[in-house]
Write a protein that binds this ligand. Structure first.
Ligand code: G
Ligand code: G
Ligand code: MN
Ligand code: NA
Length: 250
């Protein structure tokens, strides 16, 4: 409908912006990277959150040009940050099902001069991946060139465990819903502990998303979760604020 027509225009009108949410190492409390999160700066409706337009972009195929813009913009910004930081970029299933997405990633890294190991691609379980699918070859290709791969929203989808077995992952992002309850609900805590142990056994890193309170941070740190992000540490911020943020953390 209307929003779709507007979105077509908005890609050309530069109405999208990326905000970046800091991620920290839970044991050292040092900044390690940022997750890029897209927003639509609508001329009349103000800032529109991704949940209100990503699904429409996915259904209409507009996620392809939008996703290409997000990837290029995130790498361009990250190339200016300190060499010990990375940028994590969310990609939709539709993007990685395209057979030429790997060459696109390579071209973007080439153009922006961002070292591959400073790029992390976040995928969700929404795409069915077997070793026969283009998405699987894409992940193997990323791995070969040194780009990192994180499995987003872990614990809420389906077939999670077979993904851990078959995909060339580097990191598991433990879903916010568990983190949210971690300091009040024994079951959530047990689930996080078990995911952490499983990740350790599989030599995967873990990150907790949506840490909002100091008590949660302490608990997650004790449980051995490697890293985290959330309002407790920092909210997503525009690119212009990143330099000051990094300076403040020194
Ligand atoms: O930014 P928020 O803070 O509201 O993000 C909501 C959801 O939108 C996140 O779970 C994230 O997976 C998704 N999202 C944010 N930015 C992007 C993006 O650039 N591409 C895709 N595919 N999803 C995104
Ligand atoms: O792609 P992913 O689902 O991981 O995106 C992270 C989402 O979580 C974004 O929508 C981001 O704005 C949101 N977020 C980040 N930190 C917090 C937090 O501490 N609390 C809540 N409720 N949401 C958060
Ligand atoms: Mn994400
Ligand atoms: Na998530």
């Amino acid at each position: 409908g209307q929003i779709l027509g507007e979105m077509r225009q908005s890609i050309f009108n530069n109405e999208f912006v990326l905000h970046y949410q800091p991620q920290l190492d839970l044991s050292t409390e040092k900044l390690i990277g940022f997750e890029a999160l897209v927003r639509w700066k609508h001329p009349k409706r103000g800032m529109i959150p991704p949940l209100d337009f990503i699904p429409i972009a996915e259904e209409s195929g507009l996620i392809l040009p939008l996703g290409s813009w997000v990837l290029e913009q995130a790498c361009l910004e990250a190339a200016k940050w300190p060499a010990n930081t990375y940028v994590a970029v969310n990609v939709s299933a539709i993007q990685i099902e395209r057979s030429d997405f790997l060459s696109e990633v390579k071209a973007v890294l080439q153009r922006t001069q961002l070292p591959p190991e400073r790029l992390e691609i976040e995928i969700t379980e929404s795409v069915l991946m077997t070793d026969q699918t283009p998405a699987f070859s894409f992940l193997m290709g990323l791995k070969e060139i040194g780009v990192k791969i994180a499995l987003d929203d872990f614990g809420t989808g389906f077939s999670s465990l077979s993904y851990l077995q078959n995909l060339p992952l580097d990191k598991i992002k433990i879903d916010q819903s568990f983190i949210n309850l971690s300091d009040t609900d024994d079951k959530a805590c047990a689930i996080i502990r078990t995911i952490t142990q499983l990740a350790e056994a599989l030599q995967l890193n873990t990150i907790a998303e949506g840490i909002e309170r100091n008590g949660q941070y302490k608990l997650l740190s004790e449980l051995g979760v490697n890293s985290g992000q959330g309002y407790w540490y920092a909210r997503p911020m525009p690119a212009e604020e990143i330099t000051a943020f990094i300076e403040g953390k020194k």
